[in-house]
Write a protein of this length. Structure first.
Length: 212
């Protein structure tokens, strides 16, 4: 977030969206040598399709930047921009050469992580979720808030434990740490999913690519 503030302050939202879209279309993952848009999770795509077919509204609730996700999330996940909830950089309205624009400022407006995720959901959606799916302690409070409500609720925790097809990390990781949520899953009735044991396929296959 600090890096984005320092390097992109003063840009309009349209300028930043163009940079984000260009990066996601051209960047390659250093290990897998594939576009990042092809490294989304196949079971996640299938779950999104299943939920939409059942009449559910699906949202992406991320600690990542809202304005970074919006230019490409609908194409990749089928989730429109208005259903993307992420961290936000402050913005201001300006007239530039007589044209109204929104300009990014060098300060954080909202960090959508941990205890602030339920706050962001309430502020943006105004409804408590029926289902919540996470993969780190950053999702813990969202899972608690969702499944702690009356009625039928579902919490799901994905465990990254496949170092061959993806990565293996949990308690000691410096990113995406999964510690408390891993311990609290059984007592809260959250479904714990092992990437290694429960997923027959991790990423969508490319043309001529085998199952991965």
């Amino acid at each position: 977030m600090q890096l984005l503030m320092a390097t992109h302050a003063g840009m309009t939202t349209d300028e930043f969206a163009a940079i984000a879209a260009n990066w996601i279309d051209t960047a390659r993952h250093p290990r897998f040598q594939r576009p990042y848009t092809t490294l989304v999770y196949q079971p996640m795509l299938e779950l999104l399709e299943f939920l939409r077919a059942g009449g559910f509204e699906v949202y992406i609730v991320s600690g990542g930047g809202t304005e970074f996700l919006r230019p490409w999330a609908e194409r990749v996940y089928g989730v429109p921009p208005e259903r993307i909830l992420g961290s936000q950089i402050a913005q201001r309205f300006e007239l530039r050469d007589g044209r109204p624009v929104l300009v990014r400022e060098a300060k954080i407006a909202f960090v959508n992580d941990k205890e602030d995720k339920p706050v962001g959901i309430q502020r943006h959606i105004g409804r408590r979720p029926i289902l919540a799916f996470g993969n780190s302690d950053g999702d813990l409070q969202m899972l608690q808030w969702t499944t702690g409500a009356p009625g039928r609720r579902l919490g799901l925790v994905l465990h990254h434990d496949d170092g061959t097809r993806e990565y293996a990390y949990d308690r000691d990781s410096h990113f995406g740490r999964l510690d408390q949520a891993l311990d609290l899953a059984p007592a809260n009735g959250w479904v714990l999913v092992s990437m290694k044991n429960d997923w027959s396929q991790v990423f969508p296959p490319l043309a001529g690519d085998g199952q991965r």
